[in-house]
Design a protein around this ligand. Structure first.
Ligand SMILES: C[S@@+](CC[C@H](N)C(=O)[O-])C[C@H]1O[C@@H](n2cnc3c(N)ncnc32)[C@H](O)[C@@H]1O
Length: 357
């Protein structure tokens, strides 16, 4: 593998308006885990504790073990519900990385949690699919105290003490959704590598929105590039290729962003917007804001490398864990190389379900 060469790229990002500051909603009691009406597909993490511990103990014991009986492999912890479907871990290092990624996103988007135009009066029921640590829902709960915000995920790793208008559920967004009521806004962020059938997911969002409801996807490309060619031939580039191929063999894509707009249009959404935001990797941009985004992006990728790669490279490519770690140490070194001016793109696509639908 050739060592990288270098020159000097430039960078910049679109300007965004800031959201008006809003009052924080109060926090609520810690939750109990409880199953909703439709069987194993959706497990609500309830905040209403009207049943006694005894009433629920037998019931919740089996439920909790079905979602909390995490799988451990090569030093990492993975989800229990629909085990094996999602190849990134759910352990504390990965949760810290997700929160770091959120910080990167917030800086890149000038503090805007969404780019679609939302109002408390119109967008009462909101859903965040694959919510991760739930940080987006918690901040939305504070910003929209009159909305009801649901976040779902394979893993119940979200915090208990959250704004009272926020609820988390264990669910698989690639199975039919069981919510009896439709939503006014559906949000999906950083699901690259997670989804087997993107067009079907976008169609499911359409079906589960009220007329006039909005879907918004915010997804970063795992594939990096450099405008000056400085990442050509690097270990970072080799990792990108192997990683994308392993994911593809496993039935996932690591760069859904460029196709999102087409899928959103094909599902029937109108008034579709697509914004591409550049995310530098490292401290190389001259611009202060982009340097900060680059710092967060670099740290989250370095922290995430092992989690992203371990299951894919060992299960699908047949590498040993040590072979994976050796490659990743070289990738990590490249990421710290000031002469490599790598970046990736964040795609934000939103569209509206027709009022007449
Ligand atoms: C990279 S994380 C993104 C988390 C969050 N959206 C954010 O932006 O911080 C992807 C999350 O999607 C969840 N996930 C993956 N496939 C899923 C599925 N089919 N149904 C529900 N959650 C899923 C994972 O458990 C993980 O928490």
């Amino acid at each position: 593998m050739a060592e990288p060469t270098s020159t000097h790229p430039s960078s910049g990002a679109p300007e965004h308006e800031s959201l008006p500051a809003q009052e924080a909603a109060p926090i609520q009691e810690p939750p109990t885990v409880q199953q909703s009406s439709h069987g194993e597909g959706l497990i609500a993490i309830e905040t209403d504790s009207s049943y006694s511990e005894d009433d629920l103990s037998t019931y919740t014991a089996s439920l909790t073990s079905s979602v909390l009986n995490y799988h451990h492999e090569n030093g990492r912890r993975y989800h229990a519900f629909r085990q094996g479907t999602y190849v990134f871990p759910n352990d504390e290092p990965e949760q810290d990385r997700m929160d770091m990624q959120h910080e990167m996103y917030m800086r890149a988007c000038d503090g805007r949690l969404h780019l679609a135009p939302l109002t408390d009066t119109k967008h009462k029921r909101m859903l965040d699919i694959g919510t991760g640590t739930g940080i987006w829902c918690v901040e939305m709960g504070d910003s929209y105290p009159d909305a009801e915000i649901f976040g779902n995920d394979f893993s119940p790793v979200q915090p208990s003490w959250v704004p009272k208008n926020v609820r988390f559920e264990v669910d698989d967004v690639e199975s039919p959704w069981a919510h009896p009521e439709k939503f006014d806004y559906i949000h999906s962020r950083f699901m690259a590598g997670a989804i087997a059938d993107w067009p079907a997911l976008v169609e499911r969002c359409y079906e589960n929105l009220n007329p006039g409801g909005i879907v918004e996807f915010q997804d970063g490309d795992f594939v990096t590039y450099s405008e000056d060619g400085s990442s050509k031939g690097s270990w970072l580039e080799k990792w990108n290729i192997d990683f994308a191929n392993a994911a593809k063999t496993g039935g996932r894509i690591v760069q859904p962003g460029p196709q999102l707009e087409d899928w959103v249009r094909a599902a029937g959404f109108e008034d579709v917007h697509h914004e591409k935001v550049r995310l530098p990797l490292g401290l190389w941009p001259k611009d202060k804001k982009m340097k900060e985004v680059g710092a967060f992006n670099l740290v989250q990728l370095k922290e995430g490398l092992e989690g992203f790669s371990m299951a894919l490279f060992t299960r699908i490519l047949g590498w040993s864990p040590d072979e994976v770690r050796i490659l990743l140490s070289k990738v990590s070194k490249d990421l710290s190389d000031k002469n490599i001016h790598a970046q990736n793109d964040l795609h934000i696509v939103w569209g509206r379900k027709p009022l007449t639908a």
